[in-house]
Design a binder for this molecule. Structure first.
Ligand SMILES: NC(=O)c1ccc[n+]([C@@H]2O[C@H](COP(=O)([O-])OP(=O)(O)OC[C@H]3O[C@@H](n4cnc5c(N)ncnc54)[C@H](OP(=O)(O)O)[C@@H]3O)[C@@H](O)[C@H]2O)c1
Length: 258
């Protein structure tokens, strides 16, 4: 299958790299000319990547098209292109609803939204799709599990939840910084905290794992230090602030599609 990308930036690079990380990839890629540096780097790293002369040339040369431009320029970019009825469009663009993308890529009718995460580069992603789509599933399953959602509301909520990735690193960074302030060498502190969170993710991913609140309780021994930190974070509203921030992201998505 030949996959075309409109927008050759961070996420395109991650997907192309991830799909090429398998020993026997059956994909070839045609990427749009912007960003020239990213396109050149991909074409030089992988024999199966070509850079098209224009965005329209990507559409003309491929049946499956991934939309990977930023939301701010997406409408202008898509309005200038001529899609075919048989194009299969996979939109990675945050903030722009399925209905809006469908209108922008008409007469193409097969349109799906996907949220690949940067970890697809190392095939450690988990990709949400809406609606379910066999081709998108077949592509993204190569890069980690896929989760097909059955409503735009759920898809938007998943999309909002991905806004916790940077805060996750900031949280880990705060703990690591605290260790460093206790005199621990930075690399030792980093390795220890990364290892601790990796282990915790393994616990949570186990098919028989309890839900997160139950795990929090299980790891907070009565009278112990985890219980102490939980009590403090709860008291100062740090956990509730996460939900409040996600409400804000969801509101922004709703506003963006009015
Ligand atoms: N990064 C992620 O983890 C992630 C995950 C899921 C979804 N997404 C979504 O994927 C989209 C791209 O995100 P990104 O992080 O990859 O952004 P990015 O690194 O900024 O890539 C966007 C690319 O679009 C190019 N571009 C700008 N104007 C263009 C035009 N007129 N025609 C064709 N290409 C044009 C940019 O080129 P220049 O550099 O030359 O401006 C850039 O290479 C966004 O809508 C984002 O919401 C991102």
């Amino acid at each position: 299958m030949r996959i075309g990308f409109i927008g050759t930036g961070t996420i395109t690079s991650a997907i192309v790299s991830g799909l090429n990380a398998s020993d026997s990839t059956t994909f070839t890629f045609l990427v749009s000319p912007r960003n020239a540096g990213v396109g050149a780097a991909l074409a030089s790293a992988f024999d199966n990547v070509a850079v098209a002369a224009s965005n329209q040339a990507v559409l003309d040369g491929c049946d499956t098209i991934m939309l990977a431009v930023r939301p701010q320029v997406a409408v202008d970019v898509l309005e200038s292109l001529h899609f075919r009825p048989d194009h299969h469009v996979i939109s990675l663009i945050a903030l722009i609803s399925l209905e809006r993308v469908q209108a922008l890529v008409a007469p193409a009718t097969r349109v799906v939204r996907a949220i690949p995460l940067p970890m697809v580069a190392t095939r450690a992603g988990v990709t949400a799709l809406y609606p379910d789509d066999s081709t998108a599933r077949a592509i993204f399953t190569q890069l980690g599990p896929t989760i097909a959602l059955d409503s735009s509301e759920h898809f938007n909520a998943f999309s909002a939840a991905t806004a916790t990735m940077a805060p996750y690193f900031a949280f880990a960074g705060e703990i690591t910084g605290w260790l460093i302030r206790q005199g621990v060498p930075p690399t030792t502190a980093h390795s220890y905290i990364a290892g601790m969170f990796h282990g915790l993710a393994t616990v949570a991913e186990d098919p028989s794992a309890q839900p997160f609140p139950a795990l929090a309780e299980k790891f907070a021994t009565a009278g112990g230090i985890n219980e102490q930190v939980m009590a403090h974070l709860t008291q100062v509203g740090a956990l509730k602030a996460v939900s409040d921030a996600l409400d804000g992201v969801l509101n922004r998505m709703t506003e963006a599609n009015r």
